[in-house]
Write a protein that binds this ligand. Structure first.
Ligand code: NAP
Length: 519
């Protein structure tokens, strides 16, 4: 379908004539889709820049995205608290070095209230379709209502469609069975035997939280994971008072934390398995395993056969201790089926259970889908993303003009702060918006040729990354086995986001005009 569209560059004069509309001097209407971390950011930035003509459409009845949906025991973000905040809204109130899920949700609620954002949010409004026609986007809601806007910001999140494997016999289980993102809090856990399937960040956090507090935890591991040790200390009342009194104290904590060095090391590992960063992570993970898992046979079961960071690295201060408690067991035999009383593994053993939790991850390739989107000349997103989700610099797509994504496909994900990433992306998007509003173009989207070049370069780079060469399977890989995450350094990402390459959008360098909005 790509071939249907002409180059994406549409000058004011040619399009004014062809399509019979003009944008210059008009008050732009914006739709933000999703009121999670990125949608809230977009709302605040629109308000700050004086753009009040927008609404945020949120299908649920509360803000928060992943932090609203996930409430499982042990829910924590493994990015340090002060790095997991908006740069313009630091939070002196974090109680721990790694932020607990409920505190993150409360932080977003507070931020929305402070910026008076709730009145711009329409809860219970799910965008089902978006069509671009005559220079406008028409959004069709699940309830049948329609709205017309000039610009769409899709802030629909990355991991939000649960992956629920279908295992034989699931329907016959007489206990409770649910995905980690739909935790059933009505169930008293202390006297229960609980099976957790999956050992990604979620499964590891749940096991660490439940082990020793419930009758028994069986952790079903299909592939061993590297686990990076991390501290998760408390901030004292004195610390918090200091942060409240002096924001520089927060900056100091951020500068002295290992996070920045971790990002740098992570960037090195992506493309250099022999880099200093790779050695650092390998040594730290190996030391963690060797020195903290005492039983040699358990240690071997927990020893991965792939390179650290090939899968998303797990940070945990307490998983190894938790899995060695008397009320916990690691199960590495494959799952044969589920039956009335529990899970039967390939060795014939029945693991008797009262609750089965699927910590089995998400469909990482969904992004804004199942929303249906049609761009210029009827080009459909379903076609454009048929092979894999893709976008120029993770933000925009040819033939989908005036449509921008936060945390869209091929951006950095992994172990970074997605808040920081979204802020860099906003810096880029805001510059595109300024060109539109100045009337430098009527539609802004990358050209087909630049997009194709970029995509070829990205795929070539992806094949050199640890996610491709490191010998493992993970949710980073698309259906063709190509890593979908940003394949270059974080530094390069920040540089690319600092200013668009205007030629990719068919525009000259911007003239500096008084009143130009770039924020
Ligand atoms: P995940 O990393 O995709 O892990 C899914 C787990 O389920 C894997 O261990 C996988 O095994 C297992 N699994 C999937 N299907 C299975 C099946 N049919 N039978 C047995 N095992 C199966 O999912 P997640 O732990 O929910 O994490 C997803 C992402 O969410 C993370 O990578 C991270 O980006 C984000 N997250 C972040 C934090 C944080 O602290 N920042 C916390 C939680 C989640 P295999 O490895 O063998 O495929």
């Amino acid at each position: 379908m790509q071939g249907l569209a002409s180059e994406a560059v549409h000058s004011v004069s040619s399009l004014e004539y062809k399509r019979g509309y003009r944008l210059e001097g008009r008050s732009f209407r914006f739709a933000v889709i999703g009121a999670g971390m990125a949608g809230i950011l977009a709302g605040i930035k629109l308000l700050e820049s004086g753009r009040r003509n927008f609404l945020i459409y949120e299908k649920a009845d509360r803000i928060g995205g992943t932090w609203r949906e996930n409430t499982y025991p042990g829910l924590t973000c493994d990015v340090p608290s002060h790095h997991y905040t908006y740069s313009f809204e630091r939070n002196p109130e974090w109680t721990r070095q790694l932020p607990p899920g409920p505190e993150i949700q409360a932080y977003f609620e507070r931020v929305c209230a402070k910026y008076d954002l709730f009145r711009y949010i329409r809860f219970g409004e799910e965008v089902e379709q978006a069509h671009f026609e005559q220079g406008h986007w028409t959004l069709l809601m699940k309830g049948g209502t329609e709205t017309k806007v000039d610009v769409v910001i899709a802030a629909t999140g990355v991991l939000h469609h649960p992956n629920m494997p279908q295992i034989d016999g699931m329907g016959s289980f007489r206990g409770d069975l649910f995905h980690s993102s739909s935790w059933d809090h009505s169930i008293e856990l202390s006297d229960k035997r609980i099976g957790i399937i999956g050992n990604g960040s979620t499964g590891v956090q749940i096991v660490a939280a439940l082990s020793g507090r419930v009758q028994h935890v069986s952790h079903f591991q299909r592939t061993a994971q590297w686990i990076m040790p991390v501290k998760n200390g408390f901030y004292s009342e004195e610390d918090k008072a200091r942060f409240r009194a002096d924001p520089a104290a927060i900056t100091e904590v951020m500068e002295t934390s290992k996070y920045r060095a971790g990002v740098e090391g992570y960037s090195q590992v992506i493309t250099g398995q022999d880099s200093e960063g790779a050695r650092y992570f390998r040594d730290a993970c190996l030391h963690n395993l060797e020195s903290n898992v005492h039983n040699p046979s358990l240690r071997e079961q927990l020893r991965p056969d792939h390179e650290p960071l090939c899968k998303r690295l797990i940070f945990s201060p307490d998983y190894y201790a938790a899995i060695q408690l008397p009320g916990a067991s690691l199960v590495t035999e494959g799952i044969e089926h589920v039956e009335e009383g529990g899970i039967r593994t390939a060795d014939g053993v029945l693991h008797e259970l009262d609750i089965i939790v699927f910590a089995s991850g998400y469909h990482a390739d969904a992004f804004m889908r199942p929303m249906q989107v049609w761009g210029r000349d009827g080009v459909s997103l379903a076609d454009f993303w048929m092979r894999r989700p893709r976008a120029y610099l993770a933000i925009s797509m040819p033939d989908f003009p005036n449509f921008f994504m936060l945390n869209g496909p091929n951006g950095p994900v992994g172990n970074f702060s997605l808040i920081e990433i979204a802020e860099h992306q906003w810096c880029y998007i805001s510059q595109l918006l300024a060109r539109l509003e100045q009337g430098d173009c009527l539609e802004i989207a990358p050209s087909q040729s630049r997009f194709k070049e970029f995509e070829a370069e990205r795929i070539a780079a992806a094949k050199t990354t640890i996610w491709y060469t490191g010998g493992c399977k993970s949710w980073y890989l698309d259906a063709d086995g190509i890593p979908a995450s940003w394949p270059w350094s974080f530094e390069r990402f920040v540089r690319e986001m600092s200013e668009p390459d205007w030629r990719a959008f068919g525009l000259d360098e911007p003239s500096t005009r008084e009143g130009q909005r770039v924020e």
